[in-house]
Ligand binder design. Sequence first.
Ligand code: ATP
Ligand code: MG
Length: 465
Amino acid sequence: MTAISIGKTDAATSIALPLRFANRHGLITGATGTGKTVTLQRMAEEFSAAGVPVFAADVKGDLSGIATAAPVTFWDVFGRKGHPIRASVQEMGPVLLARMLSLNDTQAGTLAIALKRAEDQSDFLLSLDDLRWQLQDMQDDRETVCQVYGNITASSIATIQRNILTLEQQGGARLFGEPPFKISDFIREVDGKGVVNLLHADDLMEAPKLYGSLIFWLLTELFRRLPEAGDLDKPKLVFFFDEAHLLFKDAPKHLLESIERIVRLVRSRGVGVYFVTQSPADVPDNVLAQLGNRVQHALRAYTPKEQRFVKAAARAFRPNKAINVEEAVLSMGVGEALVSTLVDDGVPMPVERIKVAKPSGQLGPLSDLERDEAIANSPFRAKYPSVTEGARYIWEFQNRQRAARGLSPLPETEVRERAPMSMDDVLAPLTTLQAARGSHHLRTLMTGLALIAAAGALSLMAGIL
Ligand SMILES: Nc1ncnc2c1ncn2[C@@H]1O[C@H](COP(=O)(O)OP(=O)(O)OP(=O)(O)O)[C@@H](O)[C@H]1O
Ligand SMILES: [Mg+2]
């Protein structure tokens, strides 16, 4: 396989995307309900069949049916509908954190100082509670901090603290913690098919900045962790970024510059990025210019602004005498699209009007039962235990503590049966507990427990031998 087929023209000519140009990025646009997600599903299935792993955010929960046609790993920041994706505050870095916390430049500067100071103190900031503690410490020691790191104000610190609370209310605390997510776990094959990594994102949409920042962080991780790849026959991973406007909307200039840079550089790591959004106007020009493969579904043009978008969308294509692009953009039906991919020496082909081929997997979501089964059979079950699994250990832990104090046990609510599988399973809920308590002592306790457990395992083994 050297190309993936997207669909056919009226004259039954197959229109395809050559795999060797799939890392030259792409754009899928169109008004709501015109077929963007179905096109994404079709392309993701084809990439998977060609042995290319895929990442996609399932924004409306309507992409999971793809599991009936391709191997799928489910991810979910909240750990409910997939394996949790977690990072430390330190790894997320000051720029994306500032975005998640909706900070202005001055506040972002204070946040950057907090991260730097923690680093200088060899204090690793894992959770939002760790960050809160560091900020409190800076506040208590403000005079010295100002001398060493530059001016910080009490009001900046107060705003950050307040916004941390808001982020937590949006569920953001779940993103920070252990076990740390390894981006290389996205790059897998099962029986020659690339694994499709689906991030359950409909809850995340409640916090658009959190969503945008998380997806951009994943892209940054790909750039940081993957080696330089040169020209490949097919990409290492294809990354679909649905609702991409959420990343760009109100983004400060330095974030936009950093997005533009990562998108440009990640190509040489063998990663193709496909932005999915309603209009090409949602994507800044400097990023747009890097998107070689285009699929444009129908647009509507009621207002003068929308009419300008139609003209802009038309100009983005290499002309084809047989097609009146402006007219087509307005009149295409659901599942129809104007397409141009890079061909031959990487030159865009003249635009074609096609009917996107129907995906072979189910359209629409899997049932909860099917999803649960897929998660239960996932090889990452032990490495990234879900919240329900973690909850059981917290519940057991609490009940042991209560029993020791002669208290009655807490009822077993919302906790499913499962036996411990690995040390990670035991450590993960303790981390959650630590985050909940905000205690630094608990981290020491955890390390201690891990050591005791390891020593116990060793003596057990010695006993058996
Ligand atoms: N290529 C296709 N073949 C068959 N049916 C299609 C195709 N594309 C879209 N459809 C039908 O149209 C419906 C809407 O498509 P889709 O969900 O892809 O739209 P969308 O552009 O992603 O919308 P939104 O912006 O609201 O997310 C699908 O549920 C499906 O029934
Ligand atoms: Mg959609």
